[in-house]
Design a protein around this ligand. Structure first.
Ligand code: COA
Length: 258
């Protein structure tokens, strides 16, 4: 079905692996198209409750946008490429279902940006993060200048963006770029165990949590107002009635996503 990604659904968790290991999973046009399509599936398919995004092979999550596709682009074409990439990454960020990155190696340029568009990240010991676009006479174009600054602060973000240096997983943990660092062998199991807990919660409350947290970074929205609206909306759900009733009756809730 997809040419450049592998998917597998297990216990309502969809694992998506970018699969161009010979090119360190660089994001070419086909990968971006496949990602866009699989995200439509994530939004629509009720069997998918949450997603792990990772890279195929032992070496790389994603080593950036495919540099070979940059050759000969005009300024307008470069801007259009960035806009298209940003739109796909917004689809990840605004997904009503949790999407987490399991960073298994290089997360550089567009790869770091892809990981940052996910709701949170966990990394293997071997992961390396960076925005080395400056080495190509470029800047990050898929949201990196914004999300890196949001996640780790302006000073650290500009140091990484202007120097092009890579940081290891422990530095990424210290910066707050990732939530956990585990061994390569444990990475997917760790991601699955976190999502198993999250999947047991009310799906509409998860979607509301994402929408409210995202509003912090959207200047067209008032985050506190978004929180009030989403909080209120939860009261209109069957799952909220079930959750409160289950607490009072001292039993486990059975959420249905309605
Ligand atoms: N775009 C296109 N191809 C890429 C790529 C990218 N971003 N990153 C790696 N590749 C390709 C290499 O060209 C090479 O292909 P080849 O075997 O056909 O020559 C293959 O992936 C393996 O990469 P290689 O450079 O040989 O591996 P390495 O272990 O020596 O170095 C990196 C790994 C990540 C340090 C190095 O590949 C690199 O610097 N990549 C570019 C990172 C970058 O600038 N990303 C931002 C892009 S905007």
């Amino acid at each position: 079905m997809y040419q450049t990604i592998l998917t597998s659904l297990d216990e309502n968790i969809l694992t998506i692996a970018i699969n161009r290991p010979d090119k360190l999973n660089a994001l070419n046009r086909q990968v971006m198209q496949d990602l866009n399509e699989v995200l439509d599936e994530v939004y629509k398919n009720k069997l998918i409750r949450s997603v792990i995004l990772t890279g195929a092979g032992p070496k790389s999550f994603v080593a950036g946008a495919d540099i070979s596709e940059f050759v000969g682009l005009t300024s307008e074409e470069g801007a259009a490429l960035a806009k298209k990439g940003q739109d796909i990454f917004f689809k990840i960020e605004n997904s009503p279902k949790p999407i987490i990155a399991a960073v298994n190696g290089f997360a550089l340029g567009g790869g770091c940006e892809l990981a940052m568009s996910c709701h949170f990240r966990i990394a293997s010991e071997t992961a390396k993060f960076g925005q080395p676009e400056v080495n190509l006479g470029l800047i990050p174009g898929y949201g990196g200048t914004q999300r890196l600054t949001q996640l780790i602060g302006k000073g650290r973000a500009l140091e990484l963006i202007m120097s092009g240096i890579l940081v290891d997983s422990h530095t990424a943990l210290q910066y707050g770029l990732v939530n956990y660092v585990v061994s390569q062998a444990e990475l997917l199991d760790k991601a699955k165990s976190i999502l198993t807990v999250i999947n047991s919660k009310a799906p509409l409350a998860l979607a509301a949590s994402i929408a409210a947290a995202n509003a912090v970074f959207d200047e067209t929205k008032n985050g506190f107002e978004t929180e009030v609206r989403e909080f209120g909306r939860c009261f209109g759900t069957e799952d909220m009635k079930e959750g409160t009733a289950a607490f009072l009756e001292k039993r486990k809730p059975a959420f249905k996503g309605v």
